[in-house]
Design a protein around this ligand. Structure first.
Ligand code: NAD
Length: 256
């Protein structure tokens, strides 16, 4: 049972990370929330979840664009049975116009932070005799789209990292897997809608159906609750032999 296990979920004050944190808290896990903001609202969110689900929920601010901060997050948490590397940002531009600083930030936050947190968490999991590493990759960890060079590169990197961590922990009671969502309605996607409307000169509804969900055959966004359920399944005993692989939650995107 996962009850009482400690889970660190990076980038969990909104979107998918928050959905996963809620599912974990509901299952009785102790949860560490994180983002770079470290606002009063973040600490209030932890207190609210703790009250709602009757379990320990803490917030630790850390800017995961910096390796040392990513490592401090895990050290400061003090325990890490489940590590969910979820923090991520997006930027959409043609490669010749892609700002170098955006490239660096996306590689650092979406990919390198998972290297740093995992490096600290795996020894803790070995010591505890159980562990789960769950990386939020993307359908863009398996396939590509134009104008998302940094994101697609980082997400393919995360899938590769996941396989290596799985092999290095294969004989330990630890698994490492990547969840590959298609489009999930979160603030990250919400921010892409105006750009898409402008770029293709479309109204909101058409931009969503014909551009954002063009490659999602179900024509529906996945929900953060469904991602929480998938992460919880990977923590269960049923998933003990699932390691080094990807689970798509993409309405059929990667079947196309
Ligand atoms: P979101 O914008 O709602 O949340 C992103 C989270 O990352 C926030 O909590 C934010 O505070 C945090 N974050 C950003 N920069 C950070 C930094 N420097 N340090 C620490 N935290 C930082 O986004 P989301 O849609 O929930 O995405 C979560 C993850 O899922 C990302 O890795 C994203 O790439 C991936 N994903 C999302 C979708 C989707 O459709 N929304 C699809 C596939 C994959």
């Amino acid at each position: 049972s996962v009850e009482g296990k400690t889970a660190i979920v990076t980038g969990s004050n909104s979107g998918i990370g928050l959905g996963i944190a809620r599912s974990f808290a509901e299952a009785g896990m102790k949860v560490v929330l994180n983002s770079y903001t470290d606002d009063a609202a973040d600490h209030d969110l932890a207190a609210d979840l703790s009250k709602e689900f009757g379990t320990e929920v803490r917030y630790i601010g850390a800017d995961l664009s910096k390796g040392a901060e990513a490592r401090r997050l895990v050290t400061e948490a003090g325990a890490c049975d489940v590590l969910v590397n979820n923090a991520g940002i997006q930027h959409v531009a043609a490669i010749e116009d892609f700002p170098e600083a955006k490239w660096d930030a996306i590689i650092a936050i979406n990919m390198s932070s998972a290297f740093h947190t995992t490096a600290v968490a795996v020894p803790m999991m070995r010591k505890a005799g159980w562990g789960r590493v769950i990386n939020l990759a993307s359908a863009h960890g398996l396939t590509a789209s134009p104008y998302k060079s940094a994101y697609v590169a980082a997400k393919h990197g995360v899938v590769g990292l996941t396989k290596v961590v799985a092999l290095e922990t294969a004989e330990d009671p630890i698994t490492a897997n990547a969840i590959c969502p298609g489009y999930v309605m979160t603030p990250l996607v919400e921010k892409q809608i105006p750009d898409t409307m402008q770029k293709y000169d479309l109204d909101r509804e058409t931009a969503i159906r014909d551009v954002l969900l063009a490659r999602q055959p179900s024509k529906e966004f996945a929900t953060t609750g469904q991602l929480g359920g998938t992460a919880l399944f990977l923590c269960s005993d049923h998933a003990a032999q699932i390691t080094g692989t990807t689970i798509s939650v993409d309405g059929g995107w990667t079947a196309l």
